[in-house]
Ligand binder design. Sequence first.
Ligand code: GLA
Length: 317
Amino acid sequence: MPETFRAIAPGRVNLIGDHTDYTGGLVFPMAIDRSTVIEFSESNVVDLVSGDVEGDGWLRYVEAVRRLVPGARGVSGRVSTSIPIGAGLSSSAALEVASALAFGYAGSAVDLAVLCRQAEHDATGVPCGIMDQLCIAAGQAGRATMIDCRTLDVTHVPVPDSVRVVVRFVASRTLEGSEYATRVAECAAAEAAVGPLRDASLRDVAGIGDERVRRRAVHVVSENARVRSFASALASYDFGLAGEIMLEGHRSLVENFEVSTSAMDRVVREMAETPGVYGARMTGGGFGGCVVALCDPEARVDGWVVTAADGARLERC
Ligand code: GLA
């Protein structure tokens, strides 16, 4: 019997810091206890079948990764996942990272993430940032991963046991690719006017002539600041403040960045009004996906409770 292995990669949920990664900003996601698993043995060919993923669209991600892994080995096995597909919990990034490990990639978490982000660009044409892949590669149980997307430094920040993170699925994402690319271009236009948004202040961006580009920049600059204040609120157990920061971040994604939907706004309002919920916001790229809430453990709120999980790894079966 050939030896069998498991390449495991978790999904992620972003607690705060959306649409900041592709301008080298700050993000605060955590790897979650739902994952994609490739159970495989080495082979002369690549022969992967799906355990429970519908269709064969997932194969293009695997193929994009295979092309990038130097000396990729052949693997024969089965792919299964407990990450809902198209829900904004990074099922595609998890598949990329698990695939790279299965193909024998053994670089650092940062190198793994950079390779997998390139695979996402190649497979979809969407110029995504590094947040999803790096969080998935570098996650640690019980901790969120605060990432500086300029230096790619990861800081593991404990998520206290006295709060719960609850994710509620709202709708499958639509239009995300083209809208996303538009936002990336608008942020580039803002940077052409004022320099790196990461270093800019609200006063700097107030002078941007184009009204829409100005609002995009206001979001990015204020969101970077929210990541820092959220991290310190969490560290000082000030969950009320952390929740307010999430709600403020949601408002900015609605008004300044225009990536939310009315269904997501409704769910954010409903969750935020539920007793024991400190705050809620849409999470990820937008145009559907999920809302994430920070809650008291006793709060009665519909959704999936997710816990901060370890990042991707390879195990012997
Ligand atoms: C998607 C992208 C990420 C990030 C988020 C928004 O999930 O893949 O790189 O830009 O949107 O924060």
